[in-house]
Design a protein around this ligand. Structure first.
Ligand code: HEC
Ligand code: HEC
Length: 434
């Protein structure tokens, strides 16, 4: 007789238990997936990006080359580190040379009505502004949306050679006890050939070299802007190691082709084989006399950049780390980007007085002067990398130059360079190919 043996009963029970367990697992997984925090990156890429993957920008295409074989987008750099939902990749994204442009910020705003974590009250025009409706948020984040600048600053440095005696802030937040500094994000790239200075004002250095400054910045950011607990040493190491692995540069330009073809050494992979040295830009030497007029123009722009201008000034004197453009001696310069003359109406204006001489000076940003407290350091900024420029407009610490042509015109109007139309166009073509 066929009957229930205890063995087959056990088997059936086992199957039922397994099915229930599987259902529970499936439910748990859907629940987890549904409640998992939204990836805090502002990037469209997930997982990893192959080396030299072309990413379009206004001047062609840029790419990143990682010495780790591909760009891994799952490390600590991409994780929420604090309580405000931001990661490093909220403001540093691969498609924009690890910076972020106003165009992307506008897109993120439109997609989320301004609730994406990149919009934090810490970066609102004034922290007391209403951010309760989409309309209010659009007004409160206008500095981010129009110029891609984040609100930095703090108390004026005590025991400085200067004192802050007057403030005109169109957003009504800064005062003599509270500096507001509007700053563009910076590309976290090319550090192996870069200067030791970290931040527009060297604020993360304070006597530290590049690696210690990068670690210091991560520690300060996680507990500061990201509003989190101090990160572990492993987290800091993971983030700094990731930053150090990134090489980013323009790789193609329309009608020019690959910038690393026919002997030229543009693009990120060629850069990754170079070492830190003082010297001229020589990326396009092999294209000298090239029949392609666009290539010839880039070569000409490189020459304009490297040589002494009729004004006796030279771009390459300050941007003197070979083929990268930071300053090899880590020097910060004042190129009048924070001057009254170059002031955009939405920037604050500060009047500083020299305690010893009584001389006054008006600036929109104290720069290095608020880090060191020195009078001569007011208005000085880091000499930044010039690679992958086309992916990350607008330019300068405060985003006052919308295009590369505006950058060159700034040097003409506010710094004494004199260019012919031909030289200016060549210089722009060269900068666009970096
Ligand atoms: C809310 C936007 C935002 C987030 C989030 C953010 N950054 Fe930045 N980052 C900036 C801005 C703005 C600057 C320029 C600030 C300055 O120097 O005044 C900057 C500058 C930097 C620099 C200096 C680069 C140089 O060449 O000197 C590094 C490195 C950096 N960030 C790394 C990080 C890391 C690592 C994280 C995550 C822990 C992070 N950032 C998160 C906006 C952001
Ligand atoms: C006296 C030193 C000095 C000279 C000369 C100089 N630069 Fe600069 N450059 C700087 C500094 C410092 C900055 C950053 C200033 C700021 O953001 O406020 C800068 C910024 C830039 C930027 C913007 C980079 C960014 O990430 O926003 C470009 C592009 C640039 N310079 C190109 C040039 C060209 C082209 C010339 C020659 C016409 C030139 N520079 C001459 C020191 C100099």
């Amino acid at each position: 007789m066929k009957g229930f043996s205890s063995r087959s009963l056990g088997l059936r029970l086992g199957v039922v238990v397994a099915v229930v367990a599987l259902l529970g697992l499936a439910w748990g997984l859907t629940y987890y997936l549904r409640t998992k925090p939204v990836a805090p990156t502002s990037s469209k890429f997930q997982g990893s990006i192959p080396n030299n993957h072309l990413m379009p920008n206004a001047g062609g295409e840029a790419a990143t080359f990682s010495i780790q074989g591909s760009v891994n987008l799952t490390g600590e750099y991409f994780q929420i580190q604090g309580t405000n939902g931001q990661s490093c990749a909220s403001c540093h994204i691969p498609e924009e040379a690890w910076n972020i442009t106003p165009g992307t910020l506008q897109r993120l705003f439109d997609e989320t009505d301004g609730t994406h974590p990149v919009f934090s009250p810490l970066d609102a025009n004034n922290p007391s502004m209403d951010v309760s409706t989409a309309k209010a948020r659009r007004t409160a984040y206008s500095m981010l949306l129009t110029r891609g600048v984040f609100r930095r600053g703090g108390a004026p440095r005590p025991n400085s050679e200067w004192e802050l005696i007057a403030v005109d802030d169109p957003h009504g937040f800064a005062n003599v006890n509270q500096l507001v500094h509007w700053r563009r994000s910076m590309p976290t790239i090319n550090f192996a050939v870069g200067s030791a200075t970290v931040n527009w004002d060297a604020g993360s250095n304070v006597g530290k070299g590049q690696r210690a400054a990068l670690a210091n910045l991560t520690n300060r950011l996680v507990t500061g802007a990201l509003q989190g607990q101090p990160p572990t040493a492993e987290v800091v190491e993971d983030i700094v190691g990731f930053e150090e692995s990134l090489w980013t540069a323009q790789l193609t330009v329309p009608d020019v082709g690959r910038l690393d073809s026919d002997g030229a050494r543009g693009g990120p992979q060629a850069l990754s084989t170079m070492s830190k040295a003082e010297g001229r830009f020589d990326l396009f030497d092999a294209w000298t006399g090239n029949a392609n007029p666009k290539r010839a123009q880039i070569v000409r722009g490189q020459e304009v950049f490297n040589s002494t201008n009729v004004s006796h000034l030279s771009c390459g004197v300050c941007h003197n780390s070979a083929n990268n453009g930071t300053n090899i001696n880590n020097t910060l310069f004042d190129i009048n980007t924070a001057s009254v003359e170059a002031r955009a109406p939405d920037l604050p204006l500060y009047t500083f007085r020299n305690k010893q001489t009584g001389t006054t000076r008006q600036l929109t940003d104290a720069g290095l002067g608020n880090i060191t407290g020195r009078w001569d350091d007011l208005g000085r900024f880091k000499t930044p990398t010039l690679r992958a420029l086309s992916a990350r407009a607008p330019y300068f610490h405060n985003g006052i130059a919308a295009t590369l042509e505006d950058v060159v015109r700034h040097y003409e109007k506010h710094f004494g360079f004199i260019f012919t139309d031909e030289e200016r166009a060549a210089l722009v073509a060269f900068l666009n190919a970096l």
